[in-house]
Every structure is written in C-alpha cells, then in structure tokens.
Design a protein around this ligand. Structure first.
Ligand SMILES: NC(=O)c1ccc[n+]([C@@H]2O[C@H](COP(=O)([O-])OP(=O)(O)OC[C@H]3O[C@@H](n4cnc5c(N)ncnc54)[C@H](O)[C@@H]3O)[C@@H](O)[C@H]2O)c1
Ligand SMILES: [Zn+2]
Length: 364
C-alpha cells in the first residue's frame, strides 16, 4: 500500500492506495477516534458489490453502521436526495463525530461529501472511491456539490475528507467505458504537470487499462500527488488550481451540446485535443507533443474527434464555452499547453479563435 499525504494544515489527510484495503477501513477509522456510529452512503450498484465488506469492517471495529443507498446516476446529485439522506441520518441519531463514508464514484463522493459538510454543520467525511475518476480526481481536493436543475455543481462547499481509501480491486468490476472516462483525467494530470508520467502512460497504457496492479498503483500514486500538489498550492481554487480545468472548457460544452450522451471523460478527451490544437495555433506547442497526446488518448479508448455537429450545434457549443463557469471579467480562462507536462492559464483565447481552430470559421 502507498500513502500520500495532502498537506493542508489542520485539514491535512492521507490517501491510501492499494489492494484489499476495504477490510481495513474500520480499524483506520477507529484509530481516528470517531464515535460509535457510522454511515455508509453508496449507490445501488456499488452497494451490491462492496458495501458488505465495508460494513463488516466497520462493524468489526465496533461501529454501529447505517447503510444508505441512492440510485446510481447524476440525477441523484440533488438537494432533494441530500434532504432524504439528512432525514435518514437524523432517524439513526447520527452525531457530530460520526463519520460519513462515501462509497462509490464521483456522484456519491460529491453528494455524500456535501451531506457530510452540511449535516450538523459538518461531520467527518471518509472517501472510498470506486471509479478511476473518483480515485484520481473527485475524492481529492475537497470540492463537494449537488446540481441545481440543469446547473451542475451549483450548490456546494469546500470540505476536506479525513481520509481517502482507494482500493484498486474495486476497479475490476468497473465497466470499460467508465475506466476510459477516468483515464482522461489521468492523461490530463500528466499533460499539465508531469512529462515523465506522460511517457510512462505512452509505454504502459495497455497494462493500465487491463488493470495491472503494479502499473496502476504507480499511475495512481503519481496522479494523486499531482492533484494533491495543485490543491495544496491553491485549496479554494483562486488561480493556480484552474490548470486542472485543462480540456474542460471545451469538454463541458461538448457534454452539454450532446445532452450528456457523451461521458465526461470522453468530452474532456476531445477538449484536451482541442486545447492542444489551439496551443499549436498560437505557436506554443510542438507538433510531436500534440501527436503524442492524441495517440495516448486513443490508446485509452477515448475519442479524438468532435462528434458531428450541425451549424446550430457548433454555434451553441461556442456560446456555451463563452458562458462557462471559468469565465472571469468576460474573459475565458483557457488552459493551454507549452509542452506535455507544462500547462498555463491564458485569457487570450476567445470564441472566435476556438471557432476558427475547431470548425475552420473565419472571424466575421
Ligand atoms: N468534486 C470534484 O472535484 C469532482 C471532480 C470531477 C468530477 N466530479 C463529479 O464526479 C461525478 C462523476 O463521477 P464518476 O465518473 O465516478 O461517475 P459515477 O459516480 O456516476 O459512477 C459511474 C457508474 O459506475 C458505477 N460504479 C461505481 N463504482 C463501480 C465499481 N467499482 N464497479 C462497477 N460499477 C461501479 C456507478 O454505479 C455508476 O453507475 C460527476 O458528478 C462530477 O461532477 C467531481
Ligand atoms: Zn473532469
């Protein structure tokens, strides 16, 4: 097992990465002196697979465990679902010192994280991510949220977990498409901050995608360190943390314009290639790096091209980009690459340039 520490003063915590970790969670929580009650929040799919082992581990460590489940899917990331969970927690007499254990993908991590952040003004949160995306991205960094209507992650708060446990064995049951989707964030981390990791991915993508434990453990450790270092430098996302949005400005718009039929990671893959093309157009990035990026994205089973869009959809895509959350003073904060492993935030990219690079549209 590998442990990575996220250094955030009194909000510091450890991320444990390895195999066969679920049975050990109970003892780790006992060591933290949390009270005798614990809640596991999970979704129906993950509950069937892993809640039993985790519940057993907590019960063996002396916790009185309540398991709460929601249906799988982004639709559950709402205040209404949070409300139902508060109600069940109150009925189970969950106290200020009772840990909430989020067992599942990013949807559960965000929802249970939000519930933990707000129930009785905050109870301890333990993240047990079971998707690759959640392991390398959403479980680290303390962003918790629910959606509000069609507005994603509108209501939320920064709330750091007390512990993150990434048990690689859980990835064995993850559908391949979900694995690819998470791999997009892995590639993103390498592309913005770690050339060495990028080269490693180029050599080992096949082994990583077939869940070779040694390869995966190494990839996860590097990823978690990258995300942790960015979060440490900028916990509340003022500036530097924005580089984590690489591929996301175009990616979010692609998700929206296709009515979320394209998964997040798939859209981010398209967005990363778009951002690399823009970086090329601005003479920032070498052709070979752009080619290498596209190859690695393809090896992870991710799309490398925009879906077919008609004129209206293309216009809508640009419109969405102009209204992305990451816009400041009407300028898009766009993440570009100088090289693989070296990203920066630019306010010089406008929708005119994006339209030109993506669709060959000349500015009016
Ligand atoms: N907080 C953050 O910083 C942050 C960062 C990135 C993404 N997110 C959020 O994360 C969410 C997406 O997370 P996700 O991609 O993990 O999706 P998800 O939580 O919906 O999980 C994907 C699917 O996989 C299933 N699943 C989960 N683990 C499994 C396993 N081990 N075996 C089999 N099936 C399993 C789930 O039931 C679900 O159907 C979005 O809501 C997004 O906004 C948050
Ligand atoms: Zn993402």
């Amino acid at each position: 097992m590998i442990k990575v520490k996220v250094e955030l003063g009194k909000n510091s915590y450890e991320i444990c990465i390895g195999s066969a970790l679920l049975p050990r969670v109970g003892l780790w929580l006992k060591e933290k002196n949390f009270s005798g009650k614990a809640v596991i929040i999970t979704d129906t799919t993950v509950k069937e697979l892993y809640a039993g082992v985790l519940e057993h581990s907590l019960a063996n460590a002396g916790f009185n465990v309540t398991v709460l489940e929601v249906s799988p899917g982004e639709e559950q990331k709402t205040l209404a679902t949070a409300g139902r969970l508060y109600q069940k927690m109150a009925e189970a007499f969950i106290e200020r010192t009772s840990p909430v254990v989020a067992l599942g993908g990013g949807v559960i991590g965000d929802l249970a994280g939000f519930v933990a952040a707000t129930y009785m003004r905050g109870v301890p949160l333990v993240q047990v991510p079971t998707t690759l995306l959640a392991m390398v991205d959403s479980s680290i960094g303390g962003k918790t949220a629910v959606d509000h209507g069609s507005l994603k992650n509108m209501i939320g708060s920064f709330y750091q977990p007390s512990l993150v446990v990434a048990d690689l064995d859980t990835l064995k049951t993850l559908p391949r498409e979900e694995l690819s989707s998470g791999m997009a964030e892995v590639i993103k981390h390498a592309a913005i901050k770690d050339r060495g990791l990028f080269d490693f991915l180029e050599e080992n993508m096949e082994s990583a995608m077939s869940l070779d434990t040694a390869v995966l453990q190494n990839v996860l450790e590097k990823n978690v360190r990258i995300k942790a270092s960015v979060v440490e430098a900028d916990e509340k996302e003022t500036d530097f943390r924005r580089i984590l949005n690489y591929g996301h400005t175009v990616g979010h718009a692609v998700e929206a314009v296709t009515d979320f039929k394209i998964k997040h990671g798939q859209a981010v893959a398209i967005g990363m290639i778009a951002a690399a093309k823009i970086s090329r157009r601005l003479d920032l990035l070498h052709e070979e790096d752009a080619v290498k990026l596209e190859a690695v994205i393809g090896q992870a089973g991710l799309p490398v091209k925009l879906p077919d869009l008609n004129r209206d959809e293309k216009e809508k895509l640009l419109d969405l980009i102009g209204h992305d959350k990451k816009v400041r003073d009407d300028k898009i904060m766009f993440v570009l690459l100088k090289s693989l492993g070296n990203a920066f935030v630019s306010d010089k990219v406008d929708t005119g340039l994006i339209g030109e690079v993506l669709f060959g549209w000349k500015p009016a």
